[in-house]
Structures are given as structure tokens and as C-alpha cells.
Design a protein around this ligand. Sequence first.
Ligand code: HEC
Length: 148
Amino acid sequence: MKTLTAPLTLLIPFISFMTHGADIEMGKAKSGVCASCHGADGIGLAPLYANLAGQKAPYLVKQLQDFKEGSRADPTMNIFAKQLSDEDIDNLAAYYESLPANGKSSPAEKDDKAEKCEDEKSEKDEKSEKTKKEDKGVKEENNTNSEK
Ligand code: HEC
């Protein structure tokens, strides 16, 4: 038991350090300027503007810190990242991580659409069954005709 709890107690401060201070609402408030390229829903508005929605926060923090200090070079992002405090970066990362990666504003919306597609599909299937039956009927009629 001792061997099991020891690594866990070591992990707890580490986890709280990783998530400490990250505030999704504050991140959202800071994201206005980012939205003009990365989209209000975190989906990039142009092919070269990365999707940020649903990306892992620690990855986003690393990229933004790298842009800020210049070890990742991009003329645009270097400018924007330099204006961010470490806190801003944590909050923005938490905010973008919280957004659904498919750009839908809520998971429920996505489910509704999937259900609708299912409905449409089954309607179509019914229709094609019906057409098949009708075809069969015509064929049978033709058969009786030729028998005469
Ligand atoms: C003028 C357009 C523009 C604005 C505004 C902008 N970005 Fe970017 N961003 C880019 C481009 C272009 C890249 C890709 C850079 C590259 O190719 O290395 C990028 C890359 C990134 C990446 C790295 C993504 C990855 O998957 O590696 C992050 C994170 C990021 N931006 C966050 C932000 C945040 C946060 C803001 C607001 C503070 C912001 N950006 C504002 C254009 C922009």
C-alpha cells in the first residue's frame, strides 16, 4: 500500500500546478483578437490559421511560450504572443481546450444533426423498399401478360 500511495501524493501537487490559475472565462475574454484568425469557435478562418478548439492546453501553452520567446518563429504569432502574460497564456489555452474540436457550439447540437441524418437515411431506405416492391408488381403484371 505504501508503494502505491507514495507516487500518488507526489502527483497531486504536480497536477494542481498544471491547472493552477487557468481561467476559461478570462481566456475567452482575451481571445477577441485571436478570433480574427483562429475563429470565434477556435476553427481557423484560413487554411494556414491553425484550429485551436479542443487542442490540449499544455500543448497550446508551450506553443504560445515558444512564440513569445521566439524559439518558434512566425512573424504574426511572435507579435501576438509577446503581448500575452504567462497568465493570459494559461487562460487562453484552457479556453481553447474547452471548445469542441469540431467547431460546434455544443455537443448536443452535433448529436441532433447525427440523429437527423439517421432519420433521413431510414426514410430513404423505406422509399427504395417501396420502389422495389412496385417494380416487382410491374414485373409480375408483365409476366401474366406474356402468359396470355
Ligand atoms: C493575424 C492572424 C493571427 C492572429 C490574430 C492570431 N494568430 Fe495564432 N496563428 C496564426 C498563424 C498564421 C499560425 C501558424 C503559425 C505557424 O505556421 O507556425 C498561428 C498559430 C498559433 C498557435 C499554434 C497552433 C499549433 O497547432 O501549433 C497557437 C497556439 C496560436 N496561434 C494562438 C493564438 C492566440 C492565443 C492568439 C490571440 C492572442 C492568436 N493566435 C492570434 C495567425 C494568427
